[in-house]
Design a protein around this ligand. Structure first.
Ligand code: GDP
Length: 523
């Protein structure tokens, strides 16, 4: 066994994907409680004391009560080290949310049992699918009135084209929710006695039926027999390939079913996977350190205008004091103060392995998608861009500062604050985001860091797609015919902007040789 093999095998790096209000925060707290990472739900403590400084965040986020600091939560449970990467949601939903999913090896999909698959869940799932990330499903809020479990499974299969394998089955729902039945082992977990499962002889065991009101028993027996007969069996390989999701039922609020979930992550979720770089696959167990930047966070400490670049370590061992090569520039970078981030604290990272996330203080040297290595010239195809859903034109109040604005926008776009688009027709720069808070953050940072007050203007465009074609002539024709709807992104790649999906579809149909893409790989 090589030095890095065993720490790698123990690690599970994952995120939770869900629609707002499905229970992500509640579940996160419960998971952390299992890991002993926090003492009280909601109160997160770091592992090492002494070296921590309390982090703070930008005024704008503080005003809104949004925690942007919780980037990664590390906890141990059983033999595993879990890195739970936070996917910002609600108002702070942003491209970071998508980008975080490029740094995980698996995801937990939380579904509200009364609502089923909701819009945000579907979007985040699609991002996971780009890399066939294995998904464990947690159907939450079973203690409330909920939909028929078969119907929920069917909805997952149909809307996400993802096979499901129920591992447990709810015993009752809503007010009669009494626990779950393990379809394979016949073990019964009772609500409020989660830690003491009982072995049943079958679903018709009195110990099971006795948990339900009498008038519900017959219908439930029919239901679970059907589930046992008709449900798809769990298949580890199909799960690892991202085609099949094991499904657990529970209630995060009642801390029920969370144990099943964490056990499932330990047993089935992959340890850090090999990461595809241009040219070759980098295995997590390789001895030399590699990693990529998937997120840059500014102003975590208002006293120091610091920016932290978050690196996902992909192989080898990152040690404090080592030198790494920043492949994009070829320059050497001293890793002197790598940090682990906890909910509101940070601590110096002495060493980190594949699957771990460390923050590097950074003054504009690192940008999203950058690869760090111990010398090898490889570039991870890690972090794509996603087509923005909000487009705005920037209105500069002082026209004399146009050049300064351009430079500032370039820098902030490289950090991934917003996406920048320069229209071909010479009109003013546009920015694109997936979450409205990104626009506020940009305006605040332009003012605070560059002294540039700006305003936003609506544009007639509401969406955009990267365009490409194997047929150069056709591409030129298209660009010419749509000159006022074409812009260039940060890397100069052409983008087509449309006022609505109707127009986009129309052009897609009329120009079959043009590829319209809503995702663009960085490199
Ligand atoms: P998030 O927006 O996905 O982070 O959702 P939260 O964890 O904040 O939960 C949203 C609301 O649902 C809160 O009021 C929670 O108390 C509630 N909630 C979460 N899980 C459960 C559950 O299992 N049962 C019930 N009844 N309520 C829940």
């Amino acid at each position: 066994m090589t030095e890095t093999e065993s720490p790698v095998a123990r690690r599970r790096t994952f995120a939770i994907i869900s629609h707002p209000d499905a229970g992500k925060t509640t579940l996160t707290e419960k998971l952390l409680l299992f890991g002993g990472a926090i003492q009280l739900a909601g109160e997160v403590k770091a592992k090492r004391s002494g070296t921590q400084t309390r982090s703070d965040w930008m005024g704008i986020e503080r005003e809104r009560g949004i925690s942007v600091v919780t980037s990664v939560m590390t906890f141990e449970y059983g033999d595993c080290v879990f890195n739970l990467l936070d996917t910002p949601g609600h108002e702070d939903f942003s491209e970071d949310t998508y980008r975080t999913l490029t740094a995980v090896d698996s995801a937990v999909m939380v579904i509200d049992a009364a609502k089923g698959i909701e819009a945000r869940t579907r979007k985040l799932f699609e991002v996971c699918r780009l890399r066939d990330i294995p998904i464990v499903t947690f159907i939450n809020k079973m203690d409330r009135e909920s939909r028929d479990p078969f119907e929920l499974l069917d909805e997952i299969e149909k809307t996400l084209a993802l096979d499901t394998a129920p591992m447990t089955w709810p015993i009752g729902r809503g007010r009669s929710f009494a626990g779950t039945y393990d379809l394979k082992t016949n073990m019964v977990r009772r609500l409020d006695h989660d830690e003491q499962p009982i072995q049943a002889s079958g679903p018709d065991d009195d110990a099971v039926l006795g948990l339900l009101p009498e008038h519900e028993r017959a219908a439930w027996l029919d239901e679970i027999m059907l589930a046992q007969e008709a449900a798809r069996p769990f298949d580890l390989q199909a799960f690892r390939e991202g085609h099949l999701s094991p499904v657990y039922f529970g209630s995060a609020l009642r801390n029920f079913g969370v144990r099943d979930l964490i056990d499932a992550l330990a047993a089935f979720a992959p340890s850090p996977r090999g990461q595809q770089a241009a040219g070759r696959l980098v295995e997590a167990t390789e001895p030399r350190m590699t990693g990529f930047v998937f997120k840059i966070q500014a102003n975590m400490d208002p006293n120091h205008r610091d920016r932290i670049a978050f690196i996902r370590v992909c192989s080898g061992k990152l040690t404090r004091g080592m030198k790494a090569k920043l492949v994009r520039t070829g320059k050497s970078l001293g890793i002197n103060t790598p940090q682990f981030f906890f909910a509101r604290n940070r601590a110096l990272a002495e060493e980190a392995y594949a699957g771990d996330v460390v923050g590097l203080p950074n003054h504009g040297t690192l940008r999203i998608g950058d690869t760090l290595t111990e010398g090898e010239d490889i570039v991870f195809r890690g972090v794509p861009s996603f087509a923005p859903e909000i487009l705005r034109r920037i209105k500069l109040q002082d026209a004399m500062k146009a050049k300064k604005l351009r430079d500032a926008l370039q820098q902030l776009a490289e950090e991934g604050v917003v996406q920048l688009f320069i229209p071909n027709d010479g009109s003013g720069a546009m920015v694109g985001v997936v979450g409205a808070l990104q626009l506020d953050v940009l305006a605040v940072r332009l003012q605070a860091e560059y002294g540039l007050p700006i305003a936003y203007e609506q544009t007639r465009f509401s969406l955009c797609r990267w365009i490409s074609s194997e047929d150069k002539v056709e591409m030129e024709k298209f660009m010419e015919a749509h000159n006022s709807s074409i812009a260039r992104d940060l890397d100069g790649a052409p983008v087509f902007m449309a006022p609505n999906t109707f127009q986009l579809r129309y052009d897609e149909e009329r120009w079959p040789k043009i590829v319209f893409s809503d995702v663009k790989d960085y490199q």
